[in-house]
Design a protein around this ligand. Structure first.
Ligand SMILES: Cc1ncc(COP(=O)(O)O)c(C=O)c1O
Length: 391
């Protein structure tokens, strides 16, 4: 469809030209197995280690005050889901190789299912798991978190940016709370929705690990990384040839990783331009919604969300139906997260924010990228206006 308007960049993004070219070039020139001793293996291995160094220097630039006093490492994975699983389960394996002990784990109630389902499984196995509440702006309640920290959790995991509302979690303040209480808690953040979009204060937040993913930043799908402060913080959760510092076995996807790191470089280099473009697109959309849409609606997390995500609640409508009608007109948006948009369940994030169940079907998420131009808000709001007139 020529006039397709893609406003679902929090679900996934189209690959950038540079990332595509890198993939193609490396798939041709670096097809060797990075573990092989011959020249093609060595070529792939050099490419892999170059990508790892480049990714780490994007996260911890050398020429700034951010130079880490520690030696972080990047474990390449198949994406955000695997990185989240590896962070939590890998830490448990490290803490107790016998797998007999039970640990105390805390997460926010609004984690992505990659974290939520992992800790639910651990709860089933007898671990003590706490799901910490958020306020009406979608942000974790720090007073309740502080009381929870009194119980000295072994692991605490919180996303940096929520995939549905765009709400930013105060990961630095959480790090300060942990420091203040001198806890040994392993502190992980799912940064899949923040990496390449806003700055991640890894060092300031005294994080132990973050998960990132390539396909949210115009890189290929099926690639991601777990960034660790200490290489030895985890034990493997799957077994094989001992690749990736022994914690993530499997022949390494070198072209995908090189392409991911190309996309990451572009995202970090364009970060401010992209933020300002998305900020303008978001504000213009809100302005046009206020001017043109007569049906009741409100913007969720207006002051606590990233510029790339706009979540609009239509309390009297079903967002899934609106999303389908928009799709008929060539506009791709989301109702709930992509993984859960097939199931007709009340939105758990909105419920956690205190919205009544009947309203929690009404959240339409639109998400911007640097590739959109200023015609996007007009087109979206005009089409939505026409749909709401007939629906
Ligand atoms: C916050 C968050 N965490 C984890 C994931 C999973 O990442 P991936 O699709 O790379 O497995 C997503 C994807 O939507 C996400 O938004």
């Amino acid at each position: 469809m020529d006039s397709l308007l893609y406003l679902d960049n929090a679900a996934t993004t189209p690959m950038s030209q540079e990332a595509l070219e890198t993939f193609q070039e490396k798939a041709k020139s670096c097809y060797g197995n990075s573990s092989s001793i011959h020249r093609m293996g060595q070529r792939a291995s050099l490419c892999l280690e170059g990508a790892r160094r480049d990714l780490l220097s994007l996260l911890f630039p050398k020429e700034s005050s951010e130079t880490p006093s520690f030696h972080p490492t990047a474990i390449f994975t198949s994406g955000g889901t695997e990185s989240d699983n590896l962070a939590i389960l890998g830490r448990i394996h490290k803490l107790d190789p016998s797998r007999k002990k039970k640990f105390k784990i805390g997460v926010s109630i609004t984690e992505h299912s990659a974290v939520l389902k992992t800790v639910e499984e651990l709860k089933e196995q007898g671990h003590d798991v706490a799901f910490l509440p958020i306020d009406s702006c979608g942000v974790i309640k720090l007073d309740e978190l502080s009381s929870f920290f009194e119980t000295k959790p072994d692991i605490f995991s919180i996303h940096h940016v929520n995939n549905e509302t765009g709400a930013i979690q105060p990961i630095e303040k959480i790090g300060a709370l942990l420091r203040e209480k001198s806890l040994n808690t392993f502190y992980h953040s799912d940064c899949v929705q923040s990496f390449g979009k806003i700055k991640i204060p890894f060092k300031e937040a005294t994080l132990d690990a973050i998960s990132i993913s390539s396909h949210k930043i115009h890189g290929p799908k099926g690639v991601g990384a777990l960034i660790l402060k200490e290489k030895t913080a985890l034990d493997p959760i799957s077994f094989g040839g001992g690749h990736e510092a022994g914690v993530r076995s499997g022949t390494v996807n070198v072209p995908g990783i090189a392409s991911f790191v190309t996309a990451a470089k572009e995202a970090i280099h364009h970060l401010e331009v992209c933020q300002s473009r998305c900020h303008n697109l978001k504000n213009r959309t809100i302005q046009l919604l206020n001017e043109q849409i007569k049906a009741p609606f409100r913007i969720l997390c207006p002051n606590s969300s990233i510029p790339q995500v706009l979540s609009i609640l239509f309390p009297e409508h079903e967002a899934a139906i609106l999303a389908r009608m928009l799709d008929d007109k060539g506009i791709c948006v989301s109702s709930g997260s992509a993984c859960s948009s097939q199931s007709r369940k009340p939105n758990r994030i909105l419920q956690a924010m205190g919205l009544p169940t009947n309203e929690s079907y009404g959240a339409l998420r639109i998400s911007f990228s640097r590739y959109l131009d200023e015609t996007a808000p007009e087109k979206f709001v005009r089409t939505l206006h026409d749909i709401l007139k007939t629906y």
